[in-house]
Design a protein around this ligand. Sequence first.
Ligand code: BJW
Length: 230
Amino acid sequence: MDRIVILTGAGISAESGMGTYRGPGGLWDSMRIADLATPEGYARDPARVHEFYNMRRQRSATVAPNAAHEAIARLQRDYGGKVTLITQNVDGLHEAAGSPSVIHMHGRLAGALCTACDHRWDAPDEMSPGHPCPACAAPEARPDVVWFGEMPYHMEEITAALARCTLFAAIGTSGQVYPAAGFVQEAFRAGAHTVEINLEPSAVVSDFAETRFGRATQTVPAWVDDVLGR
Ligand code: BJW
């Protein structure tokens, strides 16, 4: 029985209409990362950053999971061994598809974080600078997402899962953002078989033993069928 670790990225949610970050039509094609996804950008113009996240939070509430999210939830339910699901995505589509456990290493659009006391809660539809924390009342609420230069969440748990995994799959991620892009090397060092499932080769494709290219709604259910031996 394999111990499986799955890493997902924006490509798995693309066919649900969430949009990717990079490439033609990607978020960072029309918006500047430095303004919207760094602590420095937030310090310079918090109203603009809140507006960007309010817009995306509202958009994410209107989309539905697709066949790829559903296939992963099926694998988590039906596989006899351990399946650890790590997502870089800030949407809630894995949960909406029925995944029983999801590690959100880059946070969640649906979450709010108090920078004064670290309290976390469900974000309202609209946030703005000075939004008060419900626990300590400090006017320090921000979106609970991980910006460039910040430490991704749950790294200890992720490192431990990678160290004991025997099958690692990266799905719908460009391999351009670390530390996630380096997980394939950690899995390889642990002796795992590694597979990239993506629309096109990622920046770290040469690190994988196996590749499967195509739309996630087709490639992921087929891969899950193979793993389940159907
Ligand atoms: C499909 C498809 C379909 C399309 N079917 N596929 C120099 C060298 C190395 C590292 C650094 C460096 N300088 C700085 C760093 C570190 C930095 C980094 O990596 N920078 C790079 C730009 C170089 N990283 C960080 O700062 C991170 N923190 C950190 O490193 O802390 C220190 C540390 C030390 C030691 C250990 C651990 C940590 C934090 C990174 C935070 C990333 N945050 C964001 C924003 C989240 C909030 C928000 O949404 O606004 O996270 S950026 C954005 O990129 C988002 C994503 O999760 C992340 C990854 O993107 P993803 O998912 O790969 O999407 P895309 O769009 O890039 O790719 C989509 C893919 O899908 C493509 O391949 C398509 O082909 C494919 N696709 N349709 C299947 N239908």
